[in-house]
Design a protein around this ligand. Structure first.
Ligand code: DQA
Length: 144
């Protein structure tokens, strides 16, 4: 089984960026963790990060028919990018929305996700573990 891990804007700043909210571990630490988690479960992951909306959209399009699922943290695009929402709606591959922080317990604008209605579901507030939970979901889904 193949899963694409997609991270959006500012997630390359993990470790330096607001560590009280996002923790002190880096994006490289996250990817290493997910690689070892996936190997144990016989899942192949590919990990990509971009600060650019169009690049994320291109990668979503390319993921269609190429992977079994996408684990996607769209960063702030979550809250207002109809283009990313439409890109998710345009592909058949299922997408799980993940947030490191508990977006519903933060500022008002973070409580809105324009992508949630076109995703399988949303995982928010469990730190890096949320990505593992999403991988786990795809693994179970693929088995049944
Ligand atoms: C985030 C939450 C978003 O509101 C924020 O803009 C991010 C990160 C999270 O992982 O908690 O960039 O998606």
């Amino acid at each position: 089984m193949k899963i694409l891990i997609l991270n959006g804007p500012n997630l390359n700043r993990l470790g330096q960026r607001e560590p009280d909210i996002y923790g002190s571990e880096t994006l490289t630490d996250l990817v290493k963790k997910l690689e070892s988690y996936s190997e144990k479960n016989n899942v192949t992951i590919q990990s990509k990060q971009s600060n650019w909306e169009g690049q994320l959209i291109d990668w979503l399009h390319e993921a269609d028919n190429a992977v079994d699922g996408v684990v996607f943290n769209p960063g702030a695009f979550t809250h207002y990018s109809y283009a990313i929402r439409d890109a998710i709606a345009s592909i058949d591959v299922p997408v799980v929305e993940v947030h490191i922080s508990h977006v519903h317990a933060r500022e008002e604008f973070r409580k809105t996700s324009v992508v949630a209605p076109v995703c399988i579901g949303q995982i928010s507030g469990f730190g890096f573990t949320g990505y593992e939970m999403a991988i786990d979901y795809f693994w179970r889904r693929n088995r049944s």
